[in-house]
Design a protein around this ligand. Structure first.
Ligand code: GLU
Length: 490
């Protein structure tokens, strides 16, 4: 049996962080078992349909390297993947259920249903349909149909039946059929409800494992009843736990920071997002934290997904992103950085392209160990692309670093100027370090006494890369110019 999993979103917004986790778990599970992962669009609720969201979703999945094996409008389309294009299929199954007396027409108006819900709520009862139309006679039904009374179709829930299913992640779920609402399967606009379309499609598309988030657990008994009504074998169910914010509250559905897009925009690396998201609820049973996609595929087990909720914490995501920035090659990151700037900061890209790629890569080589994400690159490197200002004299002085007077600062800057003007460009940072350490030692100075003022003179920033890294990045000529400029001023 080929494992088939699916992600079946309703296209109503951007892709949420928790949806990305659902996609990821479906993807990992399918790949681990050499199976198939598909994307199906559940767009039967036309009032909530947002047109751009499917394209957006495909973009996000591609960005995260979670490419489905089948998706809407793929070149070898086996069937329509938009539920709105499958209405005839659902109609056929609805008719089958009605004929077999497993579903019935309901002619109750929305006013009556509202009233019923209100009464039940006031009495503190669970809100459920009271089965009024279940017992209509054939004549009554015929008459209402003939006179065009709008109707829905509801599932006939068998009486006194225990509905049971085994959830891989949670536990055995048991519900008595008397507690299951006789849900609508076909709405009065002739669109199926989520429940019917979802079950029919999972069956027809040979889905073997339904991995979805916990919010759908209460609906699953309804789905089981539908599988039984059709005499179909249900898939294996795995409901993954909710994601909470750091305040332990459910993440809000519509704020920008729950959209995966928000993190793509800030240019978190997809490998960092995937690694972090994978661990939100899945315990790899090792102290190891960093996993490539292939390692995730190899290790992922549905049984190791927690039952309890998980917390989404941006600080942890930053931690993973820093790790991947630090450990990725500068060439790889440089391409990504340029793409990022082209989209979000074209003027800055234009500016850095007036410098050589070699220079830019040196800047990135240094910065990738300092920044947590690409959107911090620009603000931290402006002084490397625009002419530095003259530092305030106070910035040069630093008691802790034993730079207590301008006299000492001057000696330090002269020493640095001497080194950079009498050498050609250094080919690596170790070379810069060796020469400087030697020089400083011979001058009977402390390292910091020299490196602090040099750093300030080269960057005019209190926080910047260290002096030797700056010299290596800027090159000797630019470093000389900056040192000379300040020496003239003090
Ligand atoms: N359309 C449902 C949703 O967007 C799918 C739930 C499921 O995976 O069955 O959450």
């Amino acid at each position: 049996m080929t494992v088939v999993t699916r992600f079946a979103p309703s296209p109503t917004w951007y892709v949420h962080i928790w949806s990305l986790r659902t996609v990821l778990y479906n993807y990992l599970f399918a790949k681990k078992h050499s199976g198939k992962f598909m994307l199906r669009i559940e767009d039967t609720d036309r009032t909530r349909y947002v047109e751009w969201s499917v394209e957006n979703m495909l973009g996000v999945l591609a960005n995260m390297w979670l490419i489905p094996d089948e998706w809407p409008n793929n070149p070898w389309d086996l069937w329509p993947y938009f539920q709105s294009e499958r209405l005839d299929i659902y109609k056929k199954y609805i008719e089958q259920l009605v004929q077999e007396d497993k579903a019935y027409y309901c002619f109750c108006s929305s006013e009556r249903l509202d009233e019923l819900r209100k009464e039940q709520t006031e009495l503190g009862l669970p809100t459920k349909y009271d089965k009024k139309c279940r017992y209509l006679s054939l004549e009554e039904i015929k008459e209402k149909l003939a006179s065009g009374v709008p109707y829905t179709v509801r599932l006939k829930v068998p009486e006194n039946k225990e509905v049971v299913f085994d959830d891989v992640i949670k536990w055995k779920v048991k519900v008595m059929s008397k507690d299951v609402d006789e849900q609508v399967l076909l709405k009065s606009d002739w669109f199926p409800t989520y429940h019917l379309a979802n079950v029919v499609d999972d069956h027809l598309m040979w889905v073997t494992h339904v991995i979805r988030w916990d919010e759908w657990t209460p609906s699953t008994p309804k789905h089981i009843l539908l599988y039984e009504a059709f005499w179909w074998k249900p898939p294996v169910f795995a409901h993954i736990p909710l994601l909470l914010g750091t305040d332990k509250k459910k993440l809000s559905k519509r704020t920008w920071d729950v959209a995966v897009e928000a993190y793509i925009e800030k240019w978190y690396l997809s490998e960092a997002i995937i690694n972090y998201i994978a661990l939100l609820g899945w315990n790899p049973k090792t102290t190891e934290e960093f996993f490539s996609m292939n390692e995730l595929i190899e290790r992922f087990e549905l049984e190791q997904v927690h039952k309890a909720w998980a917390v989404f914490d941006v600080e942890r995501l930053n931690f993973f992103n820093s790790y991947y920035l630090k450990n990725s090659s500068t060439d790889y990151l440089y391409d990504k950085l340029c793409n990022y700037l082209a989209k979000y900061s074209p003027e800055f890209l234009e500016k850095i392209k007036t410098f050589s790629d070699d220079y830019n890569k040196k800047v990135l080589w240094e910065l990738k160990t300092k920044i947590k994400k690409f959107d911090e690159f620009e603000e931290n490197t402006r002084f490397l692309y625009w002419e530095a200002n003259i530092p305030a004299k106070d910035l040069l002085l630093n008691e802790k670093m034993k730079v207590e007077s301008i006299g000492i600062a001057k000696i330090a800057l002269e020493l640095a100027l001497d080194v950079v003007s009498s050498n050609s460009d250094f080919s690596n940072i170790d070379e810069v370090r060796d020469i400087f350490i030697e020089k400083i030692k011979n001058a009977w100075l402390k390292n910091w006494q020299v490196l602090w003022p040099v750093r300030c003179a080269l960057s005019w920033e209190q926080y910047s890369p260290w002096a030797l890294e700056l010299i290596y990045i800027l090159g000797n000529q630019k470093s000389s110019e900056r040192l000379e400029k300040i020496l003239k001023e003090i």
